[in-house]
Design a binder for this molecule. Structure first.
Ligand code: DLL
Length: 433
C-alpha cells in the first residue's frame, strides 16, 4: 500500500490543485511586487502589474529570473523578507561571482522539510527507520534538507555528512541504518568499498536510498540497487528553490513528482523563452508559490527536461519530471559541485597562462574525475620536471580554492592542444550519464 506524508495534498484532484496554485500565485506576485524592488522593476519594464496576474494562465506574462539576476542582486537584492525575519542561508559552491545565496524564514524551512519528508515517505520511510544522511552538511542544501525531512517523518536520524567511507559502513552495520541519503556516485562508491571489504547486501539492513544532486543513469540505479540490496529513489532540487525535494520519485520509479502546491513547473524554449506545449522537451522553469524569504518567480533552471501529466500508479496527482537530460548552459556538476569552465579559466589567467586549455571530466569507479590540461606559454616553457611539478601544484591549489575540488593538472608544451576551426572545444565530458 502506497503511503504519503501529506495525503490530502499529494493526491489532491488536479482541478483543486490548480485552484490552489491560482490562489497562491496571485498572493505570491503581490508579495514580490511589494517587497522585492529588483523584480518589481523587471515587471514594470515588461508593463505587468499584479492586477494582470489572476492565476496560472497568466504566468507567461511575468519576466524570468536568471542566474545573471541572482548575480546582479547578490547577495540580498532578491529577498522578500527583512533579514531579521530570516533564520538560514544556504549556498552553492563556486566563487563569489557565481555563488548562489538562498535565504529562508522559519516558515520556508518548515515547508522545505515537508517536501523532503514527502520524498522519504515515498521511499518507504516511517518512524521505525534509521536514516543515515550522508549528503554534505553546511552551506550545501543536501544534508540540511534530508535531515529536516527525516526528523519530520520521525526517523532516527544520523547526521553523518559525507565522506569517511569506512565509518559510514561501520555506522550502517552498528546502528542498522535502513535508509541512506547521499549523492548517487557516493552510494555507488560505498557499494564498491563494501565489496572490497568483503561485505555484500545481506551484511547491511539498508532497504532504500534517496539519491540526487547530480545526473545518474538507469544502469547506475540497477548497479546501486544490486550492490546495496535496496530500492534507489531519485530526488531533485536546487538551492535557489530551497534545495532537495522540489521533486522526488515514488514507488513507480518513473519520473519525479514536482511538489506542485509549492512550485509551478513550465517548459520553455531555451532560445526564445516561449512556453512549449505539454510533453515537449525544453528548459525547466519554476515559480515558487510559498517561499517568503527568497520568492523566485519563473526561475530558469537551465536543466533540460520533460514533464509528464499522465496519472501515476502511486496515486499522487502531481506532475512528474523526467531525469534532467542536460543543461542549456555550460555548468558541469563534478562530485556534486557546480563548476563553470569560466572559473577554471580565471584561475589559469590569474597564474599567467593563456586561455589554451582543456577540461576533461570522467567517471572512474563511480567517482567523477577532473583533469585540466594547460599549455605553457612559449615564455614560460621549460622541460625542467621539478619546475613543471611546482607549477602544476600551484594550479592545483588555485583550483581547489576557487572550486573546492581537487583536480589533476597537466602542463603541456605550447601549441600541443589541438586548435578547433570553430569554437574551441574546451570541455570533454566522457561520463556516460
Ligand atoms: O543539488 C540540491 C539537491 C541536494 C538535490 C540533494 C538533490 C539532493 P544545487 O547544488 O543548487 O542543489 O544544484 C542544482 O543540480 O539544477 C541540476 O542540474 C542538478 N541536480 C539536482 N538534482 C538532480 C537529479 C542541489 N536528481 C542542480 N538529477 C540542478 C540530475 C540533478 N541533476
Amino acid at each position: 500500500m502506497e503511503r504519503y506524508y501529506q495525503p490530502e495534498i499529494e493526491t489532491m484532484p488536479r482541478d483543486q490543485l490548480r485552484a490552489l496554485q491560482d490562489e497562491r500565485l496571485v498572493k505570491q506576485v503581490k508579495h514580490v511586487w511589494d517587497n522585492v524592488p529588483y523584480y518589481r522593476a523587471k515587471m514594470e519594464a515588461k508593463g505587468v502589474t499584479p492586477d494582470d496576474i489572476k492565476g496560472v494562465a497568466d504566468l507567461h506574462k511575468l519576466p524570468f529570473v536568471t542566474k545573471a539576476d541572482l548575480r546582479d542582486a547578490y547577495p540580498y537584492g532578491l529577498m522578500g523578507k527583512p533579514k531579521k525575519d530570516c533564520v538560514r542561508i544556504h549556498s552553492t559552491s563556486g566563487t563569489t561571482g557565481k555563488r548562489v545565496m538562498a535565504f529562508y524564514t522559519q516558515h520556508d524551512v518548515d515547508l522545505w522539510e515537508d517536501c523532503c519528508a514527502r520524498a522519504l515517505v515515498a521511499a518507504g520511510a516511517t518512524e521505525e527507520d534509521v536514516c543515515q544522511v550522508a549528503y554534505g552538511y553546511g552551506l550545501f542544501t543536501g544534508g540540511a534538507g534530508l535531515h529536516g525531512g527525516s526528523h519530520k517523518v520521525g526517523c532516527l536520524t544520523i547526521p553523518i555528512s559525507s565522506g569517511n567511507t569506512e565509518r559510514q559502513i561501520g555506522f550502517m552495520q552498528d546502528l542498522s541504518s535502513t535508509i541512506l541519503c547521499c549523492t548517487p556516485s557516493y552510494a555507488a562508491y560505498l557499494g564498491e568499498s563494501m565489496k572490497e571489504m568483503g561485505l555484500g547486501p545481506d551484511d547491511i539492513p539498508l532497504k532504500a536510498g534517496i539519491f540526487g544532486a547530480e545526473a545518474w543513469s538507469e544502469e547506475m540505479r540497477q548497479d546501486i540497487q544490486n550492490t546495496l540490496g535496496i530500492k534507489a529513489y531519485d530526488i531533485y532540487g536546487l538551492t535557489e528553490l530551497s534545495g532537495p525535494g522540489v521533486s522526488f520519485e515514488c514507488s513507480a520509479q518513473a519520473g519525479m513528482h514536482v511538489n506542485e502546491d509549492h512550485f509551478i513547473a513550465e517548459i520553455i524554449d531555451p532560445d526564445t523563452g516561449e512556453v512549449l506545449p505539454q510533453g515537449s522537451k525544453g528548459e525547466l522553469v519554476f515559480t515558487s508559490l510559498t517561499k517568503e524569504a527568497f520568492p523566485l518567480l519563473r526561475y530558469r533552471t537551465r536543466d533540460i527536461c520533460q514533464l509528464n501529466y499522465e496519472p501515476c500508479s502511486c496515486g499522487r496527482t502531481h506532475v512528474r519530471m523526467c531525469k534532467p537530460m542536460g543543461r542549456s548552459d555550460d555548468m558541469l556538476i563534478i562530485r556534486g559541485v557546480n563548476v563553470f569552465p569560466s572559473q577554471i579559466e580565471t584561475v589559469l589567467l590569474n597564474h599567467g597562462y593563456a586561455a589554451n586549455y582543456q577540461i576533461i571530466v570522467d567517471r572512474v569507479n563511480h567517482t567523477d574525475t577532473l583533469e585540466v590540461r594547460v599549455e605553457m606559454t612559449p615564455e614560460m616553457f621549460t622541460d625542467n620536471l621539478g619546475e613543471i611539478d611546482k607549477r602544476q601544484k600551484q594550479l592545483v591549489d588555485g583550483l581547489r580554492s576557487m572550486l573546492g575540488l581537487s583536480a589533476k593538472v597537466s602542463l603541456v608544451a605550447p601549441k600541443s592542444i589541438v586548435r578547433s576551426e570553430g569554437k574551441a572545444v574546451r570541455v570533454i565530458d566522457k561520463r556516460k550519464i
